[in-house]
Design a protein around this ligand. Structure first.
Ligand SMILES: C[S@@+](CC[C@H](N)C(=O)[O-])C[C@H]1O[C@@H](n2cnc3c(N)ncnc32)[C@H](O)[C@@H]1O
Length: 348
């Protein structure tokens, strides 16, 4: 694969996310693909060479980026890409009126994907996969409350496990837009890279109440969790809880889909994707992760020690890709604290 770029956006750090796009396209058994924001075409070329969609639409509004996209298609000998040089708001509407619906959509905007979602859903059908990027980290981390309402329609507080709160707020937005079109969403995997989220969802028919609720956290004792109804007071110490607005409280990934992705990454020899998928498969999927650093411990035991002790007590527990000092577990907060305060970790 050869890639030329001068003026168009190109992020060399995003190789893993490009590999995951290819692998998930193949795992989804999709045929056609719509790349909404193609830039200079680094993804277009990757999808065409490795995933080989039977039909591919690539769109880029900037003329200079489009020239580089064209050059990259030519130098890589790619034939079956339909190129568009349109504003996505117009193109989606035209495609909708033409009756065009896609199996797989790649949405890689600058910043938040939210303004584009209602337009993207015009070209969605039941079973469409959407691979979404968001680099709107300050808002999703709870640092810009007004933008949280504007872009995600909910209150996003800053909490110690803010990377997971942000992902769940993004999923809430996706579910809200999906419902307006009588769809629902199913998250298949996520990648949190500090500066960006990557997320794959599958669109399904709307059927009843989706997994939406609230995240709460006690600022006094640190107890936290999710609930269907807002929880005003901490059940452990009685202090007033901090709470998010409406948010996604369902699962974040599919083990079955990730297992399929692992086989494909191995076949393609995509080492970065392979390592990532193995780590994703080993992570428990309980809301929310516990950020050990936030608990003001006098001595911090090793994460592996805490996981081992929780498992010995009969709880599920694993590392989390959200934070190197976080754990995922089904243990109640008191049990985590017991393990931490009774720690005899020899590494202390
Ligand atoms: C993050 S870059 C895409 C990078 C590309 N996916 C890659 O992997 O190299 C976002 C692109 O969206 C384009 N863009 C921004 N607003 C747009 C709009 N309303 N319609 C179409 N393209 C737009 C920008 O010109 C930019 O090239």
């Amino acid at each position: 694969m050869r890639f030329y770029h001068q003026k168009s956006f190109y992020n060399p750090k995003a190789q893993l996310s490009r590999e995951l796009g290819v692998v998930s396209f193949i795992a989804s058994e999709s045929e056609n693909l719509f790349e909404v924001f193609a830039g200079g075409g680094s993804r277009t070329v990757m999808y065409s060479i490795f995933a080989r969609p039977t039909e591919m639409y690539s769109n880029e509004a900037s003329r200079s980026a489009l020239c580089e996209l064209k050059a990259n298609i030519i130098i890589n000998g790619i034939k079956n890409v339909k190129l568009f040089n349109e504003d996505i708001f117009k193109l989606s509407s035209v495609l909708y009126l033409e009756g065009k619906r896609f199996d797989f959509i790649d949405l890689d905007p600058f910043g938040s994907p939210s303004p584009y979602l209602p337009y993207i859903f015009l070209t969605v059908k039941e079973g469409t996969y959407i691979y979404i990027t968001s680099t709107d980290m300050p808002t999703l981390a709870g640092k810009r409350k007004a933008y949280g309402f504007k872009l995600y329609g909910t209150y996003i507080p800053y909490m110690p496990f803010y990377p997971e709160v942000g992902l769940r707020a993004l999923l809430y937005k996706l579910q809200s837009v999906a419902m307006e079109f009588s769809y629902t969403i199913d998250p298949l995997f996520f990648l949190y890279e500090g500066y960006a989220y990557r997320l794959l969802i599958r669109v399904g028919r709307f059927k009843g109440y989706p997994p939406l609720g609230f995240i709460y956290r006690c600022p006094n004792c640190g107890n936290y969790g999710v609930s269907k109804e807002p929880k005003g007071r901490c059940e452990l110490c009685g202090s007033e809880n901090e709470s998010s607005g409406n948010i996604w409280i369902g699962r974040l990934k599919s083990q079955g889909f990730l297992t399929k992705m692992l086989d494909i990454a191995e076949e393609l020899g995509f080492e970065k994707a392979k390592d990532f998928i193995k780590r994703a498969l080993s992570e428990e999927d309980f809301p929310l992760y516990c950020e050990l650093r936030s608990l003001h411990l006098r001595m911090m035991p090793r994460v592996s020690y805490v996981i081992k002790k929780l498992r010995e007590r009969g709880f599920k527990s694993s590392r989390t890709m959200f934070s190197p000092t976080g754990i995922k577990t089904d243990a109640p907060f008191e049990e985590i604290m017991k393990v931490l305060t009774q720690s005899t970790d020899p590494s202390l």
